[in-house]
Design a binder for this molecule. Structure first.
Ligand SMILES: *Cc1c(COP(=O)(O)O)cnc(C)c1O
Length: 472
C-alpha cells in the first residue's frame, strides 16, 4: 500500500481541470533545459514557477498545454524582461513639449550635473557648514526663490497638488474658501479642485456662473467663517466668448478688505514673458505677486522646466507657518530634487533659460532648423512621407490650444498609420509619434537633435522592411 502511494503523482490538479494528456515539466526540468548561463538560480527558478503557473491556469481555462520548448522559451524571455527596468527613456517625436505621460519637462544639463554631484556622495542637505551644526534643507532654496521671483519667501514640496492641499490645510481647515464656479475644475488625471478642498477640511463656496463671475460675487459670499479666496489658473482649457473673471487685483482687494487671504494656484508657474517666444501671454509668477496674491503656487516641472516639485511663494510669515507645519515633513522633497531645482532657477537668475532649459530651447528652435531636420526624416522614410506644417503644443496644462509653428515629417504608410506608429513605439529606443488624418507625424521640435539619426535609421529600416514585404 505504501509503495503504491509513492507512485501516485504528487501534482494536485483541481477537479475542474479537464484531463490533459501532456503533463507540464517540473521546475527542475525547466532549469536543466535552460542550462547554466550565469543567471542566479533563485531568479531562474522564480521565472520558471511563474511560467508554469501561467501554463496551468491556461489549461484550467480550457487552453492547450504549451510544449516544453515553449515553456523554456517563455522563461528565457521573462528573464530577459526582468533585466530591463520598466521605466525607460523614450524619444518624444509626438510634438507636445510638456507631456505629463512622458515625464513632463526634460531637465537641463546643468540640473542633471547638479543631481549627479549630489547623488554621488554626502552633502550639506541639513548641515550648517559654518556653524558645524544641524541646518535645514529648506534654507537652500529660500534666497534663490526670493532673488528670482521677488517673493519674500518660498518653500518647495512634492508637487503642486501637494502645495495646494498643504496651503488649504494650513490656512483654511474648518473654514470656507471661495472659488469661481468656472475654476472648480478637474486639472487632469482625476485631480479635481473641489475634491482637494474637501480633503483639506475646507468648505468650498462656489460663486458666479461657469462663464461669468464678478468681484462683488466673492464679496457677497464672504462670511465670518471665510478664510480665503482661491484663484485657479484653469490652464488646460479655455472658456471662450461671453466670459468675465475678475482680475487678480480685484480679488486681492476683496480678500484683504475682509482680512482674508488670496491664494493663487498658477498651475504652470511661468517666470518668463511667453510672448517673446511667439506664444500668447501666460500669467507669470511675478504678476501674481504684484497683483497682491498672498501665496502663489505652481509646479516645478511644467513651464519652469525643472524637476517635479510644487513651489509655494509669498508673504514671509505665511511661508514660515507652512515650513514649521508637520505637513512640511510629510511633503518634503529629496536632495536630488533640491539640487535640480536650484540649478534650474540659476539658469533664470543668469538669464540663460533660453539656451539652457530644454522647454525654452525647444520652443525657440528656428522654423528653418526644424524644417531641415524634418526633411532628413522625410527622405529616410521614403515616398510615403512628406513635409507637413504643424504646431508643437506646449502642453502640461498650460496655454490650451496654443503652440509654436513647426514642420513635421508626415508618413502615410501603406500598412496603415496605427501599425507604423506601433512599430516605432515598441522597439527600443521607443519613438513616440502622433497620428493625424491617417498620417504618422514626427515633430523634430520635441526631439533632442542627438536622437535625429536614430529616428532616420528606424524610418529607413521600416521602409526597407515594407519593400521586402511587398516584394518591390
Ligand atoms: C498641473 C496643475 C496642478 C497640479 O500640479 P502637479 O505639479 O502636477 O501636482 C494644480 N493646479 C493647476 C492649476 C495645474 O495646472
Amino acid at each position: 500500500m505504501a509503495a503504491f502511494a509513492e507512485q501516485i503523482p504528487v501534482r494536485r490538479y483541481t477537479l475542474t481541470m479537464p484531463p490533459n494528456p501532456r503533463a507540464l515539466p517540473s521546475v527542475d526540468a525547466v532549469l536543466r533545459a535552460l542550462g547554466t548561463d550565469g543567471t542566479p538560480h533563485a531568479l531562474a527558478a522564480n521565472a520558471a514557477r511563474t511560467v508554469l503557473a501561467e501554463a496551468r491556469s491556461g489549461i484550467r481555462d480550457g487552453g492547450t498545454a504549451p510544449t516544453h520548448d515553449d515553456i523554456v522559451a517563455r522563461v528565457r524571455s521573462l528573464l530577459t524582461q526582468h533585466l530591463i527596468p520598466s521605466l525607460r527613456p523614450v524619444i518624444n517625436a509626438g510634438g507636445v513639449i510638456l507631456q505629463t505621460n512622458l515625464g513632463r519637462a526634460p531637465l537641463s544639463e546643468r540640473a542633471i550635473a547638479a543631481m549627479d554631484a549630489i547623488a554621488r556622495g554626502y552633502s550639506n542637505l541639513e548641515y550648517d557648514i559654518e556653524a558645524g551644526t544641524r541646518g535645514s534643507r529648506h534654507d537652500h532654496v529660500r534666497e534663490l526663490i526670493h532673488r528670482v521671483t521677488g517673493a519674500e519667501d518660498g518653500i518647495i514640496v512634492n508637487n503642486n497638488a501637494a502645495a495646494l492641499s498643504m496651503a488649504l490645510q494650513v490656512f483654511a481647515r474648518g473654514s470656507e474658501v471661495i472659488i469661481s464656479r468656472g475654476q472648480a475644475v478637474e486639472i487632469g488625471g482625476g485631480f479635481r479642485i473641489p475634491d482637494v478642498l474637501r480633503q483639506s477640511g475646507a468648505t468650498l463656496v462656489e460663486v458666479g456662473t461657469t462663464n461669468r463671475t464678478y468681484a462683488h460675487d466673492y464679496d457677497a459670499a464672504w462670511t465670518e467663517n471665510t478664510a480665503a479666496i482661491l484663484r485657479v489658473h484653469t490652464s488646460n482649457f479655455r472658456v471662450v466668448g461671453f466670459t468675465t473673471e475678475p482680475t487678480l487685483n480685484e480679488l486681492a482687494t476683496v480678500a484683504h478688505h475682509r482680512s482674508g487671504l488670496l491664494l493663487d494656484d498658477l498651475g504652470s508657474g511661468c517666470l518668463v514673458d511667453t510672448t517673446t517666444y511667439g506664444i500668447p501671454h501666460e500669467p507669470t509668477i511675478q504678476e501674481s505677486l504684484a497683483a497682491g496674491a498672498d501665496l502663489a503656487l505652481f509646479s516645478g516641472d511644467k513651464l519652469l522646466g525643472g524637476p517635479q516639485c510644487g513651489i509655494i511663494i509669498g508673504r514671509a510669515e505665511l511661508v514660515t507657518r507652512l515650513r514649521t507645519h508637520p505637513l512640511a515633513r510629510s511633503l518634503r522633497v529629496d536632495k536630488l530634487t533640491i539640487a535640480a531645482f536650484i540649478a534650474t532657477l540659476m539658469s533664470y537668475a543668469e538669464g540663460r533659460e533660453r539656451d539652457e532649459i530644454p522647454v525654452w530651447r525647444m520652443a525657440s528652435i528656428p522654423l528653418s532648423t526644424v524644417r531641415r531636420r524634418a526633411l532628413r526624416w522625410v527622405r529616410a522614410a521614403g515616398p510615403a512621407a512628406r513635409l507637413r506644417e504643424s504646431v508643437t503644443m506646449i502642453g502640461g496644462g498650460s496655454l490650451p490650444g496654443e503652440g509654436v509653428p513647426t514642420w513635421c515629417a508626415a508618413v502615410r504608410p501603406p500598412g496603415g498609420a496605427d501599425h507604423y506608429a506601433l512599430a516605432l513605439r515598441t522597439v527600443q529606443p521607443h519613438i513616440i509619434t502622433r497620428i493625424s488624418d491617417g498620417e504618422v507625424l514626427l515633430d523634430p521640435r520635441t526631439v533632442d537633435p542627438r536622437d535625429d539619426r536614430i529616428i532616420a535609421e528606424r524610418l529607413d529600416a521600416l521602409r526597407t522592411n515594407n519593400k521586402t514585404a511587398e516584394g518591390v
